[in-house]
Design a protein around this ligand. Sequence first.
Ligand code: PMP
Length: 398
Amino acid sequence: MSFNLEQDLEARYEAGLYRRRKTLDSPQGPEVIINGQHYLAFCSNDYLGLANHPEVIASFRRATDSYGLGGGASHLVVGHSRAHHQLEEELAAFTGRERALLFSNGYMANLGVISALLGKQDAVFQDRLNHASLLDAGQLSGARFQRYLHNDVDNLEARLQKTSARRKLIVTDGVFSMDGDVAPVQALSDLAAQHQAWLMVDDAHGFGFLGATGGGVAEAYGLSQKQLPVLVGTLGKAFGTSGAFVAGSDVLIETLIQFARTYIYTTSMPPAVASATRTSLLLLQEQHWRREHLQNLIQYFRQGCEQLGLQLMPSQTPIQPLLVGCEKRAVKMSQLLSERGIMVTAIRPPTVPKGSSRLRITFSAAHKLSHVDRLLDALKVVADSVEIERVTDTASGF
Ligand code: PMP
């Protein structure tokens, strides 16, 4: 019997959904080298430009002298170093939570948290555009699983009213990873309180950018631990390193240490990554200019697109998707941009709903305004050559 894998690959290719990796030969930054070619890149999640920051790198190097390289064991065996512990304490203080717990990455944090908190008697309510790791976690938990309409608090409320379950967990991205818009976290928190539910926010893309000191949606909307009991952040984006954390009450963190399988059964992140992250946490809080500069880049880009009649999605964050619609056209645009030395990724189903393929343009504090000018010039030429729908046309909307 054959598995017929070729057939699946062929079908994916025919649908314009085939994905290919790019191999990077340089550090992350506005300018990258891919297969020997130089590009101006607008596709990383290194929002604050810390992934290649000399102080962060120096902390990493120093920490390898103290701790070596590998974590060597899981946290509960002998892999929990002083560097991990200090970072957890600092992340707890930063988020205004009792405690924080490190995970090796965000995908595992989400799987671990939801399946530790919920079982068959419980119910989970997720925004339909939540990150794949949250959706997968909901399935894995065995809880009754519902997806509510994107950012639609009324639709969620109608579902909550009909549900009797031991525990009810509402789960949302803070900033949506493919759309760049922000969840109505205050309303979600109020609704959770009315229905004796808990709110969990994965703020992978909000930390570092939103809030006066980069504390993400929780800081921006002043949500306390009680109002937002489960707060997830990732370290591979604005922090510029790798890993993730969950912040919340002492009892939540103890529960995760005891029951979160993706915490228990995996090697701890390299301690030097934790040390480097302690430095990026300081820079992230202190260097306000990074957030301010990002804001300027975003406004400048949005104005430029408006002048060109290009249809950006309504986002005020560093994720600025240009809606294309058709899968193949999005890929074509990405290719044409790369021929002009600009790297922007086309995002297609299943990552986004069918017919809503887009160029996911992201900005970093390491970009300059002149980089945005180059992007706008290239977008103008490319949009003309593939004839994408302009705002002045009968807009299809999203
Ligand atoms: N949550 C969200 C919202 C994400 O966008 C991502 C990754 N892009 C993750 C979780 C997973 O984080 P990590 O890359 O650390 O696994």
